[in-house]
Design a protein around this ligand. Structure first.
Ligand SMILES: Cc1cc2nc3c(=O)[nH]c(=O)nc-3n(C[C@H](O)[C@H](O)[C@H](O)COP(=O)(O)O)c2cc1C
Ligand code: SF4
Ligand code: SF4
Length: 263
């Protein structure tokens, strides 16, 4: 057991990124873990990270980091704090996302010490058209724990003042891939199935869902980031998200990809 504090900062609407962060943390075997889950909320005050390592994790949206995750990460500053930078993607590609997250964290005072791209079930995956369904699976989790063990060994061998601003080179390009225009859309709802249980309201990272007059669920397309957390959490299967990308992803990205590391 390593006697240090480990912070985890995670944005993870459907839980894949958070799962990987937790497995890497398990592999690191540290005495204290504090988790900052910024999926729905952010700290009210600016947070200055200490000397212990920090895991930062977010999903890949369109080969980039979702804007809302970057916005929320602005609440955290490092003081040459070593960062383990992780992205999860739905078995298509992570393109410039890992580089973008490393660059942003560097600008905020962190030193990316290690990085990884993991695969998690695609937000658009369904039973009929599964895309990376069930991932991260046991093999992914085991890989994440092994990576964590390697990272803590590398970290414990270094003195803090030995860190250089660019400890690692990750895959990805700058200028980053251009983001597509925002096309307002939100999951549709089958009112007959909906029991107004409120589970979808609880998981929505952007507070796009509201209960109108105690009898209707409304989803604000302008706020929706299409994460599908509400679709996956609805116990009545009353929510669905229609997109032509599902069939394309299902047909073209069925071959299993494996995690990649930069250490
Ligand atoms: C709007 C949107 C865009 C996405 N873009 C990509 C992508 O470019 N490449 C990819 O492989 N997966 C993509 N995904 C899938 C997510 O990266 C994947 O489901 C991820 O594991 C979700 O992380 P989470 O479970 O932590 O929320 C996208 C998902 C959404 C909702
Ligand atoms: S989670 Fe499903 S059943 Fe519950 S309020 Fe939302 S749409 Fe209705
Ligand atoms: S309404 Fe949109 S942003 Fe909110 S949980 Fe559903 S898909 Fe995600």
């Amino acid at each position: 057991m390593h006697n240090t504090q480990l912070d985890i900062i995670t944005f993870s609407p459907t839980g894949g990124s958070a799962c990987i962060a937790n497995e890497v943390a398990r592999g690191m075997e540290v005495s204290n873990i504090k988790t900052w889950n910024i999926t729905k909320e952010i700290p009210t005050e600016q947070v200055c990270m200490g000397q212990g390592p920090v895991i930062v994790t977010a999903p890949v949206y369109g080969g980039r980091i979702p804007g809302i995750a970057l916005e929320r990460l602005q609440k955290f500053n490092g003081e040459r704090t070593p960062a383990i930078v992780l992205v999860t993607y739905g078995n298509r590609d992570y393109e410039d996302a890992l580089k973008e997250l490393c660059d942003v964290l560097t600008q905020q005072g962190f030193v990316p010490l290690a990085a990884g791209a993991f695969i998690a079930e695609h937000s658009y995956s369904t039973q009929e058209m599964p895309i990376a369904q069930g991932r991260p699976d046991e093999a992914d989790k085991e890989t994440a724990r092994r990576f964590g063990a390697q990272v803590i060994t590398a970290w414990s061998k270094k003195e803090k003042n030995q860190y250089t601003p660019s400890e690692i080179q990750v895959k990805g390009n700058f200028p980053y891939k251009v983001k597509g225009a925002h096309t307002p859309q939100a999951p549709s709802i089958d009112q007959e199935r909906c029991t107004l249980c409120g589970a979808c309201l609880d998981v929505c990272p952007t507070h796009a869902i509201s209960l109108i007059d105690d009898q209707n669920i409304f989803s604000d397309q302008a706020l929706c980031i299409k994460c599908c957390a509400c679709v996956k959490s609805c116990p009545e299967e009353a929510r669905s998200f229609e997109t032509p990308f599902r069939k394309y992803l299902f047909e073209n990205f069925a071959v299993r990809k494996e995690p990649e590391f930069f250490l």
